[in-house]
Write a protein that binds this ligand. Sequence first.
Ligand code: HSE
Length: 429
Amino acid sequence: MAKKVGVAILGLGVVGGGTYKTLTEHKDFYIRTQNVEISVETVLVRRKETAFDLGIEEDRISQNIVEVVANPAVDIVIETIGGCGVAKEYVLAALAHGKTVVTANKELISKYSHELEKEAKRNGCGLYFEASCVGGVPIIRTLLDGVQGNHVTEMMGIINGTTNFILTKMAQDGADYEETLKEAQRLGYAEADPTNDVEAFDALYKLSILSSIAFHTKVPHNKVFREGISSIQKEDIAYGKDLGYTLKLLAIGKNTPEGLEARGHPTIIKKNHPLASVNDAYNAVFLKGDAVGDVMLYGKGAGALPTASAVVSDVIYAATHSDVKYSTFKNTATADANVKFVSDFKSAYYIRLEVEDRAGVLAKISGIFAKYGVSIIEMVQKSKEEANNGKIPLIFITHQTTENSVKKSVAKINELDFAKVKTTIRVEA
Ligand code: HSE
């Protein structure tokens, strides 16, 4: 006899609607394969028509959270509203009523998981959030239940589909950022206000959650370095390509002897790097464990059904486990203390300048790099045909150096009247 479990879905947008469909259409399959009968007891919506459109009858629709969390037939509350307004209030209300919560909300978990987890523990219920990071790619389950025997030393990922779509199109079509963003909006990949994705806030929240779990500590969202893609220029993608590189928005977490690094920014990688071939709206996460070595997960990081797949995996986990497994703060004692973050992290750099083409220019620029300890691996001078106002592009790839050394060199070069730094982009090996 299958175990009966009742769920409530808060919000029936893209993810909530996809979750409703997945749970409903696979109901018999979960009875057969998981021995659990999951019924959607109620949905909470602002507009009832959204629920009617999915074939949900009036008596399963609620517009009152108090009624939802007090419903004894509801064991698990699925939150797919998003943001930190009512979503936080509703999640806390559900936990206070002893309901296990499954959420797809990265901002909520990144900012408030400590408070929510405390409330969950106080009431003996679960808090699961696989869908908050990288959509259908089971990265949280992998960190918790797949590579947990390892010290995870490094994590590098393409964890935002919108920006990956834009950067892929810019590279393929030689198009500029603004034009490609408009195309991404027209095709439904980017939102009307794209800030959250293109300025890497979405990646920052996800990286704070993933690196907290991977490194068994708390990586607060405000400790994650963030830089978006809106100032990326098509020239840099093209010049990078000529040198054998691909440009991606990477989320990088490193557990180094000097401390933790958590950063999301445009990054140039060699075109034979496993992440270089992750294109369009696809996501991937590349991990290094001290026992397993390299592991890479690849898939759809957004969309109704891929995200529903992650939500449902948490629902099934919660429904089939009587003990609760908390995902974060494994070492609660050091959750907020003694964690050292590296701010002046080391990286190799791609640096593009525009310079006058005459004797002594290169000597002066390389002298400045030398003064600040920035060592050059490769230098390319472009032809006069590619000049801008008579100044030709000069591209340097550096060895690993600190952020500060690059900033100081750039400031010094920009004091020269015959040379200006146009772009600096970090390079990962
Ligand atoms: N907007 C995100 C992306 C998906 O483009 O990947 C949800 O996190």
